[in-house]
Design a protein around this ligand. Sequence first.
Ligand SMILES: C[S@@+](CC[C@H](N)C(=O)[O-])C[C@H]1O[C@@H](n2cnc3c(N)ncnc32)[C@H](O)[C@@H]1O
Length: 189
Amino acid sequence: MTGPEAPGPELRRRYTAADLGVFTPEEARRFVPQGNGDPHHDVVLAWELLYRLEPELYDRLAGAERLHPGVVGWLPCDVDRIAEVGAGTGRLTLELIGRGRHVVAVEPARPLRRILERKLAAAEHGDRARVVPGFFDQLPLPSCFADLVVACSAFTPSAGHGGEAGLAEMERVCRPGGCVAIIWPNHLS
Ligand SMILES: C[S@@+](CC[C@H](N)C(=O)[O-])C[C@H]1O[C@@H](n2cnc3c(N)ncnc32)[C@H](O)[C@@H]1O
């Protein structure tokens, strides 16, 4: 339900092209590259609008779909540094602070960053994580920075949501011998 591939007639009807003004120029370049997107026909765009216009509603939806413990358990544990891309409101981030000494959560949508910061401030070991703005294709992190670079329900093959450039960036940020993990809890295809 919280991924861009989720069916969403209600979500598509929720916003109109008039709402696209909420995007920063950097966001618009990625999410509306032709400048004429229509959320009525593009559910991925509707999700991006939801993150920015009704972040608390998005957080409630994400909270209803917990990650399977087996997915989290598969990730490397007891590592030094973890980078998460597209962290949202922290569904995975809050699990990661128990698995690494330092976690950097990269999230482009400012309203979601605020919610994540609030949750981390209230969480045990929340001070292990910092939240920064950024995109898959331009990660604000040095090369070989992290032992684990992970994205959950965020990376897709499309250029605006990762693509080849995003994968190359995740690999750049990962140290040699580290792990790049892309999690997509549903729609295995
Ligand atoms: C479905 S949410 C998943 C959030 C979180 N990872 C989770 O599993 O709950 C997708 C997230 O990817 C982020 N995102 C979308 N495009 C992105 C991009 N180009 N670079 C980085 N993050 C992006 C969105 O802002 C949103 O927070």
